[in-house]
Design a protein around this ligand. Structure first.
Ligand SMILES: Cc1cc2nc3c(=O)[nH]c(=O)nc-3n(C[C@H](O)[C@H](O)[C@H](O)COP(=O)(O)OP(=O)(O)OC[C@H]3O[C@@H](n4cnc5c(N)ncnc54)[C@H](O)[C@@H]3O)c2cc1C
Length: 383
């Protein structure tokens, strides 16, 4: 039987980063994506920020992999893969005394999470307004983080997969995994209810459907929920109104709300946060949230001309109900079925670090990782 050493299910940024990391080894690798396009789900509907790592709760896997992922993007991935990105400072804005305390807490949390101290600073009101004169003058101060970047997440995913393909990984779109059977020495995977392929190892990077895919294999030991975020993207006429990624202080329901410059010259406002919507509606935009996003935008930047909305966009964070953390581990009953799930924010920032964790798990389950002599880590996406 002609078995793949690894089948990666999911053509989002997490599947992409894993595919790129594994492409350097002498392995037969197949990627299966059910959509006609790669990166057309959560990896398309997000803020595209490589966060510094000051936000996740210390002790969580998210905290460790965010800080490591941020370093890997800057020091490794940007060296080899060309796609649109720019260094963009983050400003976490405080508008009252409670929020100032939160900003101070985030600074301390950043240090605990091992964000290098040189990247973090608390700014006074005057310093904020000097840096970003269009911010609401009611601002009281902010946390500045200078290790954050803005990336174009779809193009970044295409760079990962493009380079993987160049190095021998097979990538199949329109390939919906509809069943998985455990067989001797691996898995039989059914695509589109008809074709069978075989895998010694499965990497489950199916985003919102990772719990469904795990259950399909009889290995469903986690449950994901949704938290949809909607955006309004403003025209280039608003270009220059801010140069930093300007965040509201995170609250339980408004984590990560920003006004930020985009790489195409537009301005991004959002996202909202709506829990428990159906999996099939993770990319839906709604009339109700449209107005609310306008309010957020003008709270941060009163001058923002919110009526210049050109594009609306949505995506949803896949959240592990039990841990509210990434799930990067073997299925409980099978160490050849490896989950890269629960990929809520900051999984984009963490993607290269998640890929290294998956590589470690593969190596520990006995998969031989022999480096190819001709691996070429470089790739340029046209844009
Ligand atoms: C509003 C919002 C803002 C965010 N902002 C940030 C940010 O600024 N920084 C950050 O670090 N993170 C951010 N994130 C998180 C980030 O977007 C996600 O962590 C990341 O995109 C998850 O990628 P993924 O590959 O796991 O999932 P996806 O991109 O959803 O990819 C999974 C893929 O699996 C495919 N699939 C599913 N089931 C099957 C099947 N049965 N067979 C074949 N294929 C299948 C899907 O079609 C999909 O393409 C944000 C998320 C949201 C929603």
């Amino acid at each position: 039987m002609n078995k793949n050493d690894v089948v990666i299910i999911g053509g989002g940024i997490i599947g992409g980063a894993i595919s790129y990391q594994l492409a350097r080894y002498d392995l037969k690798i197949l990627v299966l994506e059910r959509n006609p396009l790669l990166a057309d789900e959560t990896s398309k509907g997000n803020s595209g920020a490589i966060h510094g790592g000051f936000d996740p709760d210390p002790g969580k896997l998210e905290a460790k992999l965010n800080v490591k992922g941020n370093r890997l993007w800057r020091e490794e991935i940007f060296k080899h893969l060309e796609f649109p990105r720019i260094q963009a400072d983050s400003l976490i804005l405080a508008f009252n005394d409670d929020e100032i305390n939160h900003v101070k807490m985030l600074y301390e949390r950043g240090i605990t999470n091992k964000v290098p101290r040189k990247f973090l600073k608390i700014l006074s009101k005057e310093e904020v307004l000097k840096k970003e004169p269009n911010i609401n003058p009611e601002v009281k101060g902010a946390l500045l983080c200078t290790s954050s970047w803005a990336i174009e997440p779809v193009k970044a995913t295409l760079a990962f997969f493009g380079c993987s393909e160049k190095n021998g990984v097979k990538i199949r779109k329109n390939s919906n995994v509809t069943n998985i059977n455990k067989i001797d020495d691996g898995f039989e995977i059914t695509i589109n209810d008809e074709e069978k392929v075989f895998a010694k190892n499965i990497i489950n990077a199916a985003g919102h459907y990772a719990d469904v895919v795990a259950k399909m294999a009889g290995l469903g030991d986690f449950t994901l929920t949704t938290r949809r975020g909607e955006y309004r993207i403003l025209s280039r006429s608003e270009r220059g109104i801010v140069n930093s990624i300007c965040f509201m202080v995170p609250t339980i329901h408004g984590k990560g709300v920003i006004v930020a410059p985009m790489l195409d010259g537009r301005i991004m406002v959002g996202p909202t946060a709506e829990e428990g919507i159906p999996k099939e509606e993770t990319r839906l935009v709604t009339r109700e949230k449209y107005k609310y996003i306008g309010k957020i935008g003008t709270k941060i930047i009163p001058k923002l001309n919110i009526d210049k909305t050109e594009i609306i966009l949505a995506g949803s964070r896949p959240i592990d109900l039990e841990t509210n953390d990434f799930i990067i581990r073997y299925a409980n009953e099978n160490n050849h079925f490896i989950n890269a799930a629960g990929t809520q924010s900051p999984a984009l920032a963490s993607a290269p670090a998640i890929a290294l964790e998956i590589e470690k798990l593969l190596s520990k389950n006995g998969t031989k990782l022999k480096l190819k002599s001709n691996f070429d880590p470089n790739f340029k996406v046209m844009w």
